[in-house]
Design a protein around this ligand. Structure first.
Ligand SMILES: Nc1ncnc2c1ncn2[C@@H]1O[C@H](COP(=O)(O)OP(=O)(O)O)[C@@H](O)[C@H]1O
Ligand SMILES: O=C(OP(=O)(O)O)[C@H](O)COP(=O)(O)O
Length: 401
């Protein structure tokens, strides 16, 4: 399918695209699992005696998180336990000098690719390959390695241009993410396949059901998206708290599609039987969905009975995929749904994939161990695209002959 590091000749000059895009608080780049994951690829290349030049982006021009990658170099160095040189230049003379001075086994990080004007506009790979950025850097290397699965939905120069100019390979993160996230569409499982879908966006859930409806036996719903399905099933839910705007626009735009999905796939879809809310004493309280007779409060989690049902379904499954949280898990009072399904997955030996930036954060937040899951994706937008069958430009250029 694509070439990997196993296919790379020894002692190459390699140009590697990572995704180190990170939260930035008060100008300080926050360490996160993207560093840890990409460290595996970088370490393997450095230990293999290659000259390793890294590219990555941070934020977008105009945003508070659009900063230099100098701090990223220091954080990555801690993860790979070797020096990571940094040059504050993308493809000018300073960058070229630093690249040419690199010795075997050394690692250099170039400046934020989005500081280069030719990086961002979304254009065809052939157009990107023709930029001065790509045309200047490509001749300095023997191979291009794309490890940035979580940015692979962007047709930017550093993600699609170099693959047309150099022998191209998938890094370890690209390889692992691609295999796991596509497995629901490509693998045959012997037993029941379950998909937990929640989060805030109804269109994500609709697109996933339309794309994977024939692969998934049971969809377990929750979150804002789950409430929109409950509303289509005739329940008075979907109340926006002051200052929030989750429901009405989504309802207008998607009501008919959700109703027809419930008609056509009703047997596969399990909706919450009870929901949780904040009572007058600020405590968690619960109500059975069939007892709701007025749309007068926001629901922030699925209820205990629903968690039990979902737990049983998961423990009977051969494979479980998760997209989106079942409640406002950042608040411990409303974490039972999201944590309940994740804990059930972690305690069984089913094949599992958990994705979405927010949902996978719950694993860490509630003291679960990533090793108890088949795969925890570091991708947000690229993960949902994989589940909905949309192409990833950065993967497509790697898989071309
Ligand atoms: N009932 C709810 N009310 C308010 N927020 C919710 C509710 N259910 C889920 N959420 C929020 O949805 C967010 C996750 O949504 P989304 O970004 O769509 O999913 P993902 O985890 O895949 O990135 C979480 O941060 C969670 O707090
Ligand atoms: O963090 C990223 O995507 P994500 O927020 O979907 O996980 C990628 O680095 C892509 O960044 P972008 O959405 O600014 O192009």
């Amino acid at each position: 399918m694509f070439n990997t590091l196993d296919d790379l000749d020894p002692e190459q000059r390699v140009l590697v695209r990572l995704d180190l895009n990170s939260p930035v608080e008060d100008g300080e780049v926050q360490d996160n699992r993207r560093f840890d994951r990409h460290a595996e690829t970088v370490r393997e290349l450095a230990e293999g005696g290659h000259r390793v030049v890294l590219m990555a982006h941070q934020g977008r021009p105009g945003g508070d998180d659009f900063v230099s990658l100098e701090q990223h170099a220091a954080i990555l160095a801690k993860h790979i336990d070797r020096d990571v040189q940094f040059v504050a230049d993308t493809f000018g003379d300073e960058a070229i000098d630093a690249i040419e001075s690199l010795s075997a086994g050394e690692v250099l990080l170039l400046e934020n690719t989005r500081m280069c004007d030719e990086e961002l506009p979304e254009e065809a790979p052939e157009v990107k390959a023709d930029t001065e950025f790509v045309q200047t850097l490509a001749p300095l290397f023997d191979a291009y390695i794309n490890d940035a699965y979580s940015a692979a939905h962007r047709s930017h120069a550093s993600l699609v241009g170099f693959a047309l100019e150099l022998p191209a390979y998938a890094g370890r993160v690209m390889q692992t993410e691609y295999e796991a996230n596509s497995s629901i569409a490509t693998r045959e499982f012997d037993g029941q396949v379950t998909m937990v879908v929640g989060g805030t966006k109804a269109t994500d859930v609709i697109d996933v059901m339309n794309n994977l409806g024939d692969k998934v036996d049971r969809f377990l719903l929750g979150g804002i998206a789950g409430e929109l399905f409950l509303r289509a099933a005739g329940h008075d839910v979907g109340f926006d708290l002051d200052g929030m705007d989750f429901f009405d626009d989504q309802w207008e735009a998607n009501r008919e599609t959700i109703e027809s999905l419930l008609d056509e796939r009703g047997d596969q879809i399990t909706l919450a039987a009870d929901l949780a809310y904040e009572d007058d004493e600020d405590e968690r309280a619960e109500i059975t969905v069939s007892d709701i007779d007025e749309k007068d409060r926001a629901y922030l989690d699925v209820g205990t009975e629903t968690v039990e049902t979902y737990d049983h379904v998961i423990r009977d499954s051969e494979a479980v995929f998760v997209k989106g949280a079942l409640g406002l898990f950042e608040d411990e009072r409303f974490s039972a749904g999201t944590v309940g399904v994740l804990r059930a997955i972690s305690e069984t030996d089913c094949f599992s994939v958990v994705g979405g930036g927010d949902t996978s954060r719950a694993i860490e937040m509630y003291g679960m161990d990533e090793d108890d899951f088949g795969h925890v994706s570091i991708a947000g937008g690229a993960y949902i695209r994989a589940l909905t069958g949309a192409p990833l430009a950065g993967v497509e250029v790697l898989t071309q002959d």
